[in-house]
Design a protein around this ligand. Structure first.
Ligand code: SF4
Length: 388
């Protein structure tokens, strides 16, 4: 099915699609999905979770040419064996408009390789976004990447046009970043962009809508520990209005300097996300996360369960009928939703059984060793499957 009116544009999207799955610089947190109406987009279409449900998003670049040489990246300048494709703002805006009108996609994430520096690279991206919003009256989801070195005025313009902006830090500090992306200036280009987005968020009129800011790390490529990652992220959450960090495990790309480096195990990503949730939604402080002396989270156990054991919570069980929400959130198997449901249910009567808790959404196999129900320890013991 042809959904893009220009064969040239469709051909460019096809070419990009062939490298999309290798791109480590893409929209973080996307789940690959199969398009139903345009098979040439198979590698470029993803699902992103939005407050009103999953959304099909097209991820593409203004250009796949890049003058930089990040050691992990499929688009790096030194990688000869790939076609380079560039869209004019008109081509990209029109092509996307055709696809979203045909129902193939509902949102766009637009990134780019760097050509002529960050400022010159941002210009066509912003022009594409302006065309979409004003010429094509597109009101849907738009995520713009802030390019390294972008000017303040460009960042402000991006934030007026987008629902989400990303400033991908890629690593935890200047030293680590230099080992995988020598051309990127961690403080001058990346942290400074984060700071500017944060200042714009702080300066907004009360009630004004501003896009959320996210960042991404290439986990494992620079040898950083979990503690280094989460320390950086914790600061960004507390001080820089970061909405969310994404942890993308490193995967080697052929024909790059890191092609023989080992992939980062998926379980590491998983544990980082679990620990990140403890910081964002469970009231944990960074110092409470169960790092070992070398700064690693336990790979074999959920970090909340590891914290509960380390804190001897099993010897100080929590009375589910009495404790505060923050104490409930410390219990493995009880999350924000089930904690709220427990608080509501307590107003109606006493919770006496694991079945009562299960009906409220708690994972009772995990919670059982750490709680009291109406003064009694519940009978069920923690099983192996509840602990992973
Ligand atoms: S700047 Fe680095 S990460 Fe971004 S496209 Fe170029 S080589 Fe890839």
């Amino acid at each position: 099915m042809h959904v893009v009116t220009s064969p040239d544009v469709e051909q460019k999207i096809r070419l990009l699609d062939q490298v999309a799955s290798l791109d480590r610089d893409g929209e973080p947190g996307l789940t690959p999905t199969q398009p139903t109406k345009a098979d040439f987009l198979a590698g470029s279409i993803y699902q992103v979770q939005r407050p009103d449900g999953p959304m099909t998003v097209m991820r593409t670049v203004q250009t796949s040419a890049c003058e930089r040489n990040c050691r992990y990246c499929a688009f790096r300048a030194g990688r000869s064996a790939m076609a380079r494709v560039s869209f004019t703002p008109d081509e990209l805006a029109h092509g996307f408009d055709c696809m979203q009108r045909a129902g193939v996609v509902r949102g766009l994430f637009l990134s780019s390789g760097v050509v002529g520096g960050g400022v010159r690279t941002m210009d066509p991206m912003l022009a594409t976004a302006e065309l979409l919003r004003h010429k094509y009256a597109y009101t849907g989801y738009l995520h713009l990447k802030i390019m390294p070195g972008a000017q303040r005025a460009q960042i402000e313009q991006a934030m007026q046009l987008a629902d989400r902006v990303s400033v991908n830090l890629e690593s935890v500090d200047a030293r680590r970043l230099a080992s995988i992306a020598r051309d990127k200036d961690f403080e001058g280009e990346l942290l400074s962009a984060v700071r500017q987005v944060s200042e714009i968020v702080n300066a907004r009129e009360p009630g004004a809508k501003v896009p959320s800011m996210v960042t991404q790390f290439v986990v494992g490529a620079a040898g950083e520990s979990d503690q280094e990652l989460l320390t950086t992220v914790d600061r960004l959450y507390r001080r820089m209005n970061l909405a969310r960090a994404y942890y993308s495990g490193f995967n080697p790309v052929p024909d790059t300097p890191l092609e023989d480096a080992p992939s980062t195990p998926l379980v590491r990503e998983h544990r980082l996300y679990q620990a990140d949730w403890l910081l964002r939604f469970y009231g944990f402080a960074l110092r409470e996360l169960p790092f070992d002396p070398d700064g690693w989270l336990p790979s074999g156990t959920d970090p909340k369960l590891a914290w509960a054991h380390k804190s001897h919570l099993v010897d100080r069980p929590v009375e589910v009928n009495r404790v505060s929400r923050s104490h409930l959130l410390r219990v493995p198997g009880i999350g924000p939703r089930s904690a709220d449901a427990i608080l509501r249910a307590r107003r109606q009567g006493t919770l006496r059984s694991l079945a009562d808790l299960r009906a409220l959404g708690a994972v009772t196999g995990r919670a059982a060793p750490f709680i009291l129900l109406d003064g009694h320890r519940p009978p069920r013991q923690l099983s192996f499957w509840d602990s992973v």
